[in-house]
Structures are given as C-alpha cells and as structure tokens.
Design a protein around this ligand. Sequence first.
Ligand code: NI
Length: 172
Amino acid sequence: MSILPILTAPDPRLKAVSEPVSRVDDEIRKLVDDMLDSMYAEEGIGLAAIQIGVPKRVLVMDLAQKEGRRAPQAFINPRILWASDETTVVQEGCLSVPDIWEDVERPARITAEFLDRDGVLKTVDADGLLSTCLQHEMDHLNGVLFIDYLSKLKRSMALRKVQKARRLEAVS
Ligand code: NI
C-alpha cells in the first residue's frame, strides 16, 4: 500500500471522464488500498481514483473516521439508479480543492448500484452524509468538481486561493 500525491485544481486531469472497470481483480484492489492510504493521510472522507491520477471509475469512502474508527468502503463503477426530487444543501470540501468549503445543493437521497472490492454487485439507499459524499465522488468520475456548481466569481476566487496556497507551499 502506498500514499500517492493528490491532484489539485485546476489540474486538467481532474476534468477527465473516468473509464469503467472491466474486472475487479488484484490490480483494482491494490488501487483501492492505495486510494484509502492516500485519503487517510490527508484526513479525507472520500476519494475518487482520478484524484491520484488514475482515470478509472473507483471511489473509496470512510464516514466513520470522525468517530475515531475505520470503516473503509469501495464503490466500483457506481451508478445512480434514483434520486429524490427533494434536495439538501450541504457545505462541501474536496482534497483536490484544499481549504475551500462551500454550500452545494444536491438531491437529498439516492439509490445507487456499484461493485464492492470483491466484485459483488450491490445497491445502496443513501441519505445524509453518505448521499452527499457519493454524489460528490461520482461527479469526480465525470470530471466535475463541487466548485463547478458555484457562481463563476466564487469558483475563480476558490481556484485563485488554491493556486496561491500551492505556490507558497512550493517556495517553503
Ligand atoms: Ni472531491
């Protein structure tokens, strides 16, 4: 398992549409493990493969971290089957847009299907944080970042802040 650097906006790779996984094999399980390591290293709760530069439809998530325990989950080739008309507004952040937190409106509940790390097809009825997080991470697979939902002004302010922070990091 290894910790890999996480791409930050406006890296063009984050705009890529990721490819479906054709077979859940040891290579994919290694990718899942590397993604979890990389996510935990940055104290994130979710990560898409493209965020470490791998354009495959693979997500990892762990929503139990705040309670001080670990419950890692992998979602391979996830697909939304149903989304509620009811929406919810949640403040989101992203490891690829560090230190930016903004409100995003999304469907409150979704039903999704995915393959788990053993390649077993599962469905999940998600609400609350799981619903928001799944939708946020699934957006990454289509090259969409949460800041893409903001006004042009807010988005360019966010991008400027991220780039400035990275320049400071580079010289320190
Ligand atoms: Ni993200």
